[in-house]
Design a protein around this ligand. Sequence first.
Ligand SMILES: Nc1ncnc2c1ncn2[C@@H]1O[C@H](COP(=O)(O)OP(=O)(O)OP(=O)(O)O)[C@@H](O)[C@H]1O
Length: 620
Amino acid sequence: MKRFHLAAVAAVVVLLLPLLPVPDFWITQLNYIGLFSLVVLGLVLLTGVGGLTSFGQAAFAGVGAYATGYLSVVMGLSPWLGLVAGVAVTGVLALLIGMLTLRMSGHYLPLATICWCLALYYLIGNLDALGKYDGLLGLPAVQLGDFSFQSERRIYWLIWIAALLAALGVTRLLDSRPGRIMRALNTHRGGGATMPEAMGASTFRYKLTMFVIAALLASVSGWLYAHMQRSVNPSPFGIKFGIEYLFMAVIGGIATVGGAFTGAALVKLAEDQLKVWLPMVFGGSGNYEIIVFGIALVLVLRFAPDGLWPLVSRWLPGRPVKPVDEDAPKLSARSHPPRGAPLLEVRKIRKAFGGLTAVNDISFTIRAGDIVGLIGPNGAGKSTTFNLISGVLPLTSGEVELLGQRVDGRASRDIARAGLSRTFQHVKLVPDMTVLENVAVGTYLRTKTGTLRAMLGLNGAEEAQARAEALRQLRRIGLENQAHELAGNLALGPQRLVEIARALASDPSLLLLDEPAAGLRHQEKEALAEVLRQLKAEGLSLLLVEHDMDFVMKLTDRIVVMEFGRWLMEGTPAEVQASPAVRAAYLGADDLPDERRATPKPAGLPLGDGPTYSSDEGRV
Ligand SMILES: Nc1ncnc2c1ncn2[C@@H]1O[C@H](COP(=O)(O)OP(=O)(O)OP(=O)(O)O)[C@@H](O)[C@H]1O
């Protein structure tokens, strides 16, 4: 049986349970598990996938519960209106809190989530209108026509339909255009904003989207909880539950949909048992289960950092490889400038880091169809120049024009939109995505699917186009046979090629390659050189920062040489090779300008007497 079929059967069984002679106790347990799973699914997206830790989800559940409590008890309105109001208030609140806190980095974000969870808890507990710490009693049952969800056995259906739909939505989302960007963001898994931004995505918008989705799922859980209990009070929405939700996510498997259900079930069932057993062992009536959970958390993080779900899913049928529909219509392509037309104009760009001028009034031009190399000894300012052109670093002064548009001062995603794509010196692939999915990230700017569309599964046609384009680019670089491998399983050489395919998938007019040959073995370099030669033959324009001289000399039409942040010379490979100034730069001239004394002496590549350059890294 395929995994999808198994999930469908499991869903049907879950929905049939209330009709079977299942004891009430278990129906209640399952209700709680469903309610918790909804919140934890949000955490899977926010924390597991996006890397944004939140201790505050319980507060959003509280907003959902109190919105419906107030409207139905105090104002006598329908619970359905309570749901709409709860979702609306939570959405606005999450947007505001997200805009204020999501720009925080490191530990500040989790701390901020603790703060607003506490703040909301005390606010709810102190408002007269919400019954202070006693809460609100006598919520009505949810009605659908004549059918009343008044018993636990009935509201079970609402809870589990919501949980299963949320699971389906999150699963679909993770496998889509927005989901690929979200999966690339997690700094704890080696991701971050730089690559998705370079592919054209506004990463802040995606962080905010994940934050709002997680908050809405918690809010719906709160609404269901309120109408299951038929009362609300602040205690289930405090920081203790906020921590417990995160705990469930970690125990289950923080980045997986299955993990959300596993974690919620394990923690709920274990908690009930521990509450009975531990007081018998230790006497008294302390919250001993918290201690056991603390120990369990440490053990899980130590021995199963991906949670317990992977242990379960090992016994399930594997995910089938999704075939690529090669007949899907091609994605729209941009019109490229004719060969020889000005493509990139770099005029007197400068970058100062404090007192150090890393790039000092560098100018050069790239014309369509050119392959230009940017070389210079270590610390010459090549990478900084590269980052200035691609918008990763802001310029101190100077201008950059791409296809007639000024792009200096613009964000890297806008520069990507203008027609520039790049690879990274330190490869930035998402290791737990397949090679094909990684390349599909490059189609971001050529596709449109938004989050809601993806969650509703309405992106099939465009997704097929993106995947077909990704396969086409993989074929272009000779890696189509590895399309369905996980990118993390590839060696460095093929990984660099996958980065090139990803950049090509955006249909750029100019491709920037940052040290593409660094760390590659001889054969891998040869394969790379072959790919670049082929791209050159196809008329692609390239700017190449590279240390390996043989590599640069054989591939480029022109070379810009930098030394100590300054422009040293520009010319054909032969001219550069013949230049005494370049030779002196690489051998390490003694006449260091004073302002550069702080930088390491260039440990450049030694130049031989003859016309060829050698390098420690091997030759092409
Ligand atoms: N963020 C930064 N803050 C301060 N100084 C920096 C920063 N980035 C680079 N530099 C300095 O600027 C100079 C140029 O660095 P850059 O990395 O651009 O040189 P490079 O030619 O690419 O060197 P390499 O070949 O070693 O990669 C170096 O002296 C470096 O120490």
